[in-house]
Design a protein around this ligand. Sequence first.
Ligand code: AMP
Length: 396
Amino acid sequence: MKTIKDFDFKDKKALVRVDFNVPQDDQLKVTDNTRIVAVKPTVDKILNDGGSVILMAHLGRPKGEVKDEFSLKHIVDEVSEVLGKEVKFVEECVGEKAEQAASELKAGEILLLENLRFHSEEEKGDEAFAEKLSKLGDAYVNDAFGTAHRAHASTAVIAKFFESTKFFGLLMADELKAIDKVLKSGEKPVTAILGGSKVSTKITIIENILPAVDNLIIGGGMAFTFIKALGGKIGTSLVEEDKLSLALEIIGKAKEHNVKVYLPSDTVIAESFSNDADTQEVNIYEIPEGWMGLDAGPKSRDQFNDVLLNSKTILWNGPIGVFEMSNFSAGTVALGDSIAEATNLGAFSLVGGGDSVAFVKQFGYGEKVSYVSTGGGAMLESLEGLELPGVAAINK
Ligand code: AMP
């Protein structure tokens, strides 16, 4: 893997693609700066070498038009504060103004370009646009894991204009190493926990990880499709009727790969999808008519805990209950505790993809696991075994 550690940026202008697609409030103030914090090590390394940094990013979906609300000028102050240095801004990302601002940049300085997606060529992966961008720097660095699954001008196409001076940033390198640790080089036993609402969105992931894992814990809404396929009564729980035979196929494939599959044995049920509904704890195969399973029960939590404390590598994607409602968050909280304890005992734990990352942040587990991915879609596609265009472009 060719990273910025392999290059001395002294007197070089590094064109760094970052993921600054941050949430903002209605005053356009940044409400979560995680993605900005995440690229600081890359910026610091280039500046410490004696180079300068040109940051390029997108924000929101302006769809090829210039729209003030999506301007990156609104986040410049936050970027300056996080990076601990004044960040210059230019209200174009290609053309004369951008070229002039880039050429005036001195060693140790940082320049942020205007939103790449103000040009429709960015998302089209337009080669001429990528070439114009490439003129701004001497080296290309991709540190935007969150958009690495897109073959856009600035994330992939541009790399061809930097034959020997294209590198992964440190965040990208960490993300790729974490995935590799789980899918290829992880110490055994390896346990994957898949939760969330639907089997259909996780099938490719399950199929791809089976050869790599020893244990597969299936929880959340998707577990009920498996329980029903195995003959259980699931009441009004979430189910994908057209995926019942697929669920059995997955169990069969897991056996072929010697993977132990753990489904919840009990569940917290409710009469409606509401935090105010009456609840009971029951055997997951015997849910009464009119009730739905919304969380893993205490026996399941204990069982998952035993598996996790005996694991050396852990991958977690998807909550195992409706954690957004306090009465159905205990299962996911217990799971978070188990993963934290396993990590404390020396396991490597990776949390990746959408809602589990939201959970980990909201409930304060960020520091208690080994790695929390910054990329939702990019992480899921990696787990599906796809080579991300942003990664392929640098490796080529
Ligand atoms: P996903 O986007 O597929 O990862 O699904 C995440 C969502 O699954 C979260 O919003 C959870 O509330 C939801 N979820 C987890 N367990 C259940 C369940 N038993 N029934 C319905 N939804 C669930």
